[in-house]
Design a protein around this ligand. Structure first.
Ligand SMILES: C[S@@+](CC[C@H](N)C(=O)[O-])C[C@H]1O[C@@H](n2cnc3c(N)ncnc32)[C@H](O)[C@@H]1O
Length: 304
């Protein structure tokens, strides 16, 4: 793309949808590159987070060549994670994102960076099915589960399970207060509602609007297990809380299928009656300043 063309198209997108928030696209003497708006580093997006996701995918798909991986990114925002996988030469990266402006921005980055292995769709993640999008070695559910209403959470996880060939990575806030219980297929899940109405004009908020359902941590792990995944691993963030929030977790959910090798030290291997207890002692340690969005509504005392 010619630089004049680049500047003109970029300005038109910013005029219509505002600027990018997870990375910036720049032109520098003959080369286009991505950089963080804040740090100006070439690596896009929250660096530690992105590195952890790349590492987790590399580790848990070690039996396959990177260039053979097909990756699905759900609720892909401006495409920052999918773009990085495409830049790293994954075979095929499909992003599904509900908001037009976000898809337009990701499409512009695709064009500028010449990423032929990146496909972008504007769609509701609730329309995900193998029939519509195919199946993928890796399904990324980063920052999307906690944006879904209670009516959608269980079907979403089922669709993720069916679409994933090897692993799904679920990165999400979880509830620190048990304000409600939901029964699904004979199991009880605990959590609370999170009102997204105040955020409804944010390009990162729930598409449905209204109340999203946040599972507590044990219920989240139970749900992923109940959906059918064979083992779970929690991605560590040594010395750091996730993006500054204590109420957030990144879980790798693995399908071992018939013959896959099991790894050491999972959170669990699948057993029929193994469930996480709902009130985990670890939730007693809560730093209010680190509780992420809308922490005032959380009730850590419930766990003491
Ligand atoms: C918090 S952002 C997460 C972005 C990115 N995956 C990450 O982890 O940083 C949530 C994204 O999901 C999108 N989204 C929310 N609900 C959606 C839905 N039902 N279908 C498709 N996209 C949705 C939002 O527009 C937003 O881009």
């Amino acid at each position: 793309m010619e630089v004049n063309d680049f500047e003109r198209k970029k300005s038109a997108i910013i005029a219509k949808y505002n600027g990018w928030s997870s990375y910036d696209l720049n032109y520098n003497g003959g080369e286009f590159f991505m950089s963080s708006v804040e740090t100006k580093e070439v690596t896009s997006f929250d660096g530690i987070f992105l590195k952890n996701i790349l590492d987790a995918v590399a580790n848990f798909t070690a039996g396959k060549k990177w260039e053979e991986l097909e990756i699905l990114d759900l609720g892909s925002y401006e495409g920052q994670v999918g773009i990085e996988f495409a830049r790293q030469n994954a075979k095929r990266v499909v992003c599904i994102e509900g908001r037009e402006g976000n898809v337009v921005k990701a499409n512009f980055a695709k064009e500028v960076l010449n990423l032929k292995n990146l496909e972008l769709f504007q769609d509701d993640v609730m329309n995900l099915s193998v029939g519509k999008y195919g199946s993928f070695d890796v399904v990324l559910c980063l920052g999307i589960l906690y944006h879904l209403p209670v009516t959608d959470v269980f079907r979403f996880m089922k669709n993720v399970y069916e679409t994933a060939k090897d692993i799904a990575i679920v990165d999400t806030h979880f509830a620190m207060a048990d304000e409600m219980q939901v029964e699904h297929k004979g199991n009880i899940y605990h959590g609370r509602l999170f009102d997204e109405t105040p955020d409804s004009h944010s390009p990162q908020s729930s598409l449905a609007g209204g109340d999203s359902f946040w599972l507590n941590r044990a219920s989240l792990l139970n749900l992923i297990r109940d959906t059918g995944f064979d083992s779970l691993y929690v991605v560590p963030y040594p010395g750091k809380t996730w993006r500054g929030a204590d109420d957030r977790i990144t879980v790798v959910a693995v399908k071992h299928g018939g013959g896959g090798k099991k790894m050491v030290a999972p959170v669990f291997y699948r057993k029929e009656n193994d469930r996480f207890i709902e009130k985990e002692p670890s939730l007693m340690v809560v730093h209010k300043k680190n509780m992420g969005r809308n922490w005032q509504k959380q009730k850590p005392d419930d766990f003491l």
